[in-house]
Design a protein around this ligand. Structure first.
Ligand code: G3H
Length: 533
């Protein structure tokens, strides 16, 4: 069951060689790049004659400094110091553009999902789900904005003042997403950024660039020139000059804390820069002695190994009460062995190759170091490798001497540690540089209740008897400490990508007359009482 076979893809799930990867979108036009590029190779090996070879998927542009700056200047012009057509447009117009975009996007579902699957080896069903979830996020964002707009259409009166409070865009946003959700994570920043009136430069992730390319036309046809610009390339060449220009008002970045810090420090006017960051995490599972063992094992396996553990929300260490540890570990090992592994285009497969060889090597180093320090690999074949394949390893018992105890593996290693007193786990969470989520498995209301109270002051979400996760997307998604800055969700994102702004006047008859004149004559998009249902 667990030996990996590099089987051949069915024709309808094979994207062939994609020819549109050398394109980029700047100032409303799709350009074809003639300069440096790299070949995009899938981590999926396929038979080629007698040997196995990584499948070539096409080429991607390595744009240069000048193109990056032209993308930034297009966004700066479209914002036009806040006087541009986009930031001053009626909410209804921005909603219309977004709706048009989502309609066009939906037509590219299979093209995009096929490329997600081949670029990062995400199972077919999950690749489709990523696409559908992204479209749904966009549609729900429109609904949330209508609600926000309805509330903001009212005037408020206080202490002799008359005011209208709305939300205004920050300015020019730089949006960057990660490889594990090469479509969804980027879009959960750029869609709300756009709809709130910001103009955007989106830099695509190095792994997962191609899957974004079929959507360039949809962007170009749906938004005015310069409002959204999409570029590819090496960070040092294209991102550094943009951020060093000092003209970016908002950095939306999902990735590592190290890169986020470098970017923030490169901005010459740090107080101007707003940041929305989704960073690393080391989410713990806490399995209490009275937990429903079957449920805990099921959720912990899914939580640790969905998309091979490459989720910021994955369970990255599991603490289990020593009284039930042996049984829990044995059941985890058995459940991991039963997970079907194989090619992402095969239905029902849950474990797939990793995107690059160096990730396999990193996993190997974690396992070797932990084993040298006393842990054991509890599942047969755990840690075996074949090219980009790393067979998931259940490691037990892990302890504070090991790297896997402290570091985010972001891969298929299930690290389990026993505890005697739950305070040991609480101290671990408090000492950790991360603070995203935790999962608690148990039944005693008194114990679980007290754990919740302690954990909610260290992490941003506590999951009861289920794995850690971002969804549903209407729930706030954030983190403390090194895990995040700002909260993302369908509703929260509208707030982090805008700032509360008001127009206020003393309540005199003269001012009332001026304001009424503005409203009746429709002389302002900000000062008006219209709203969308
Ligand atoms: O990588 C972080 C993702 O936002 C996690 O989302 O919990 O839905 O997989 P998920």
């Amino acid at each position: 069951m667990n030996t990996l076979e590099w089987t051949v893809s069915p024709k309808d799930r094979d994207p062939g060689i994609f020819s549109g990867g050398m394109r980029y979108l700047v100032d409303g036009r799709i350009h074809e790049w003639k300069g440096a590029f790299f070949e995009v190779k899938s981590p999926i090996f396929q038979p080629s004659g007698a040997v196995l070879e990584k499948r070539s998927l096409g080429h991607c542009a390595l744009l240069d400094h000048d193109v990056a700056m032209s993308a930034l200047q297009a966004a700066v012009r479209a914002y036009d110091k806040g006087r541009g057509a986009w930031p001053t447009s009626p909410v209804a117009m921005r909603i219309r553009c977004m709706g048009d975009f989502l309609d066009r996007m939906e037509k590219k579902r299979l093209d995009v999902a096929r490329l997600i699957m081949w670029e990062v080896a995400k199972p077919w069903a999950d690749s489709l789900k990523e696409f559908d979830r992204t479209v749904a996020y966009g549609r729900d964002t429109i609904v949330a904005l209508k609600e926000l707009d309805r509330t903001a259409s009212r005037f408020v009166m206080d202490s002799g003042f008359l005011a209208q409070v709305r939300r205004s865009p920050h300015g020019v946003a730089l949006c960057m997403g990660p490889y594990n959700y090469p479509l969804n994570e980027g879009y959960t920043t750029l869609l709300p950024a756009l709809i709130m009136g910001n103009t955007v430069v989106a830099k695509l992730p190095r792994l997962g660039m191609l899957c974004n390319m079929p959507l360039l036309e949809a962007f170009a046809e749906s938004f005015p020139p310069g409002v959204i610009n999409i570029i590819t390339g090496e960070g040092g060449e294209v991102v550094t000059p943009i951020i060093e220009s000092g003209q970016v008002d908002l950095l939306a970045f999902i990735g590592s804390a190290g890169v986020a810090n470098i970017l923030k420090h490169k901005h010459p006017r740090p107080n101007r820069l707003r940041s929305v960051l989704g960073l690393g995490a080391k989410n713990p599972g806490i399995v209490l002695a009275d937990a429903d063992m079957e449920l805990a094992v099921r959720e912990c396996v899914q939580g640790a190994l969905t998309f091979n553990g490459q989720r910021c929300t994955a369970l990255k260490i599991i603490f289990v009460d020593r009284k039930i540890a042996d049984e829990f570990v044995a059941r985890m090992a058995k459940a991991v062995s039963a997970l079907p592994c194989g090619m992402p285009f095969t239905d029902g497969v849950s474990l797939t190759p990793l995107p690059e060889e160096h990730i396999v090597e990193r996993m190997q180093r974690y396992v070797e170091e932990a084993v040298a320090k006393g842990a054991r690999v509890m599942n047969p074949g755990g840690g075996d490798t074949d090219r980009t394949w790393f067979h998931p390893a259940v490691l037990y018992p892990v302890n504070s001497q090991m790297k896997i105890w402290h570091e985010e593996q972001f891969g298929p290693i299930v690290a389990i540690a026993p505890f005697d007193e739950v305070v040991e786990v609480l101290d671990y969470v408090a000492a950790s540089p991360y603070g995203q989520q935790a999962s608690v498995f148990g039944h005693d209301p008194k114990v679980v209740g007290r754990l919740v109270d302690a954990l909610v002051n260290q992490v941003s979400r506590v999951n009861l008897n289920c794995q850690c996760q971002r969804g549903p997307d209407t729930f706030p998604f954030g983190g403390r400490k090194d895990s995040a800055e700002g909260t993302l969700s369908v509703g929260d994102a509208l707030k982090v990508f805008s700032t509360r702004t008001l127009a206020a006047a003393k309540q005199t008859s003269e001012n009332t007359e001026v304001i009424q004149g503005i409203i009746r004559g429709r002389h302002s998009e900000f000062l008006n009482t219209d709203y969308l249902f």
